[in-house]
Design a protein around this ligand. Structure first.
Ligand SMILES: C[S@@+](CC[C@H](N)C(=O)[O-])C[C@H]1O[C@@H](n2cnc3c(N)ncnc32)[C@H](O)[C@@H]1O
Length: 355
C-alpha cells in the first residue's frame, strides 16, 4: 500500500474526472484506482495547480485527500530492473545492456563474474522480451574456416535455427553452425542500394545469403552466391526460396576460388568479399570473376589508427600485383568494432583490367 493525494468524486463523474486528470498528466498510472461506497478515488501523480483545482471543483463535486492505494504490478522495462532485487549491486553493474538478437534468439556476451548467474540473466531476458525463445552465451571467439562462434544455451529452448528479418528480407539462420551478424544490416543495405537492374554480382563468401538476398529483393540482378559451409549453404538455399525476389540468386556449395574458376570467369560487374581475415588473398579470384571493369566490396579487420591509409595501400598493391589498376576508392568506412581499437572495415574499389 502507498498513500498518495487523490481526487475523490462520485462514481458517475469518475470517468470524466479520470480523463481530465490523464489529459493534464496528473493521474498516477502506477497506483490502482479505488472504488468504495459509490465514490471513486483517483490517485494523483503530482500536486494540482490552483487553476487546475479550481477548474475541477467548478465542474465536479469533488475533494482532494490523502488515500491509501494498492500499487499496480508493473512489468519491468529492462533486464536490469528485473534483476534489481536478485543480484548484488556490484554484479548489477556488469549486466550487459545489449546483445545480438537473431530472429527469436538472443546471443549475449557475459563477463566472467556473471558466469555463475547465467541462468538468471537468461531468465531476465526471456521475462522482459516476450518475443525471445532461446538465449545463448558466447563461449569463445568467431573462428575456423566457417567463422562460427561457440555458443552455450543458458535459457529457453535449444533451437538454434531461426528466421531473422532484415530490411524486408527473411533469413533462415542456424546461429550455432553458421556465421551471421545482425550488426551488418546497414552495410548490406548500403551495398545492395548501389546495384543496378541487369547487373551480375558475385558474392564470394555468401554465408546464409544476406547480401545476395538484399540485392535480389531490390533489383533485377543476377547474383552468384558461393559458400563453403554446408549448413550455411542449406540456409542460403532456403532463403532464396523464402523471399519474393525480383532478381535471381544462383547458389554454389564450394570453395570460392574453385567455383569462380569453373563457373564465373569474366562474368561479373561487382564482387562482394566479406571474409575479412582472408579477403585480400582472394582479390585475384575476384578480379577473375569481373568482366574487365567493376566494383569490389571488400572487408578487412584493421587497427583504428590510420586504418583508411592502410586499407587503401593493401588493396592497391594486390590489385596492381594482379595486373589490374585501381580507378577509384570511393568509400572506406567502419562497419563494427570487433575488439578494442580493432574494426571491421568496408572498402569499395573500382578496378579496371590493364589492356
Ligand atoms: C564472415 S562470413 C560472411 C557471411 C555473409 N557474407 C554475411 O555477411 O553474413 C564468411 C563466410 O565465408 C565462408 N567461407 C570461408 N571460406 C570460404 C571459401 N574458401 N569459399 C567460400 N566460402 C568460404 C564461411 O563459411 C562464412 O560463411
Amino acid at each position: 500500500m502507498t498513500s498518495a493525494p487523490a481526487v475523490i468524486v462520485d462514481r458517475l463523474s469518475g470517468e470524466a474526472v479520470r480523463l481530465f486528470l490523464a489529459s493534464i498528466g496528473a493521474l498516477d498510472f502506477n497506483l490502482k484506482i479505488k472504488v468504495e461506497n459509490k465514490k471513486i478515488f483517483l490517485p494523483l501523480a503530482r500536486e494540482l495547480t490552483k487553476f487546475e483545482e479550481e477548474q475541477l471543483k467548478e465542474k465536479f463535486k469533488c475533494k482532494i485527500e490523502i488515500v491509501n492505494f494498492e500499487e499496480k504490478p508493473r512489468k519491468p522495462r529492462s533486464i536490469l530492473e528485473w534483476l534489481r532485487d536478485k543480484l548484488p549491486p556490484y554484479l548489477l553493474a556488469s549486466v550487459p545492456n545489449s546483445w545480438d538478437a537473431v530472429g527469436d534468439v538472443v546471443i549475449v556476451e557475459l563477463p566472467p563474474e556473471l558466469a555463475e548467474h547465467e541462468k538468471l540473466i537468461a531468465e531476465a531476458i526471456l521475462a522482459v522480451h516476450k518475443n525471445i525463445r532461446s538465449v545463448y552465451a558466447k563461449t569463445g571467439a568467431v573462428g575456423g574456416t566457417f567463422r562460427v562462434r561457440p555458443l552455450k544455451l543458458i535459457g529457453g529452448e535449444d533451437k538454434s535455427v531461426t528466421v531473422h528479418r532484415e530490411h524486408g528480407a527473411m533469413l533462415v539462420v542456424d546461429v550455432k553452425n553458421v556465421y551471421f551478424s545482425p550488426r551488418l544490416a546497414t552495410e548490406r543495405k548500403r551495398v545492395a542500394e548501389q546495384v543496378l537492374d541487369g547487373e551480375v554480382v558475385v558474392d564470394l563468401f555468401s554465408g546464409v545469403g544476406p547480401f545476395a538476398i538484399q540485392i535480389a529483393l531490390r533489383k533485377k540482378a543476377l547474383v552468384y552466391a558461393i559458400e563453403l559451409n554446408p549448413i550455411a549453404y542449406e540456409c542460403l538455399v532456403k532463403n532464396v526460396k523464402l523471399n519474393n525476389l525480383k532478381g535471381k540468386v544462383v547458389t554454389f556449395l564450394g570453395d570460392a576460388r574453385e567455383v569462380v574458376e569453373n563457373n564465373v570467369v569474366r562474368t561479373a560487374d561487382r564482387v562482394i568479399m566479406n571474409l575479412p581475415e582472408r579477403a585480400v588473398d582472394y582479390i585475384d579470384v575476384a578480379l577473375k570473376a569481373l568482366r574487365g571493369r567493376g566494383i569490389l566490396h571488400l572487408y578487412l579487420f584493421e587497427r583504428e589508427e590510420d586504418y583508411e591509409a592502410r586499407v587503401k595501400e593493401k588493396v592497391l598493391r594486390k590489385v596492381e600485383e594482379n595486373g589490374w589498376k585501381v580507378v577509384d576508392i570511393p568509400y572506406v568506412g567502419l562497419v563494427k568494432q570487433v575488439a578494442p581499437r580493432q574494426w571491421h572495415v568496408a572498402v569499395d574499389v573500382e578496378v579496371q583490367a590493364n589492356l
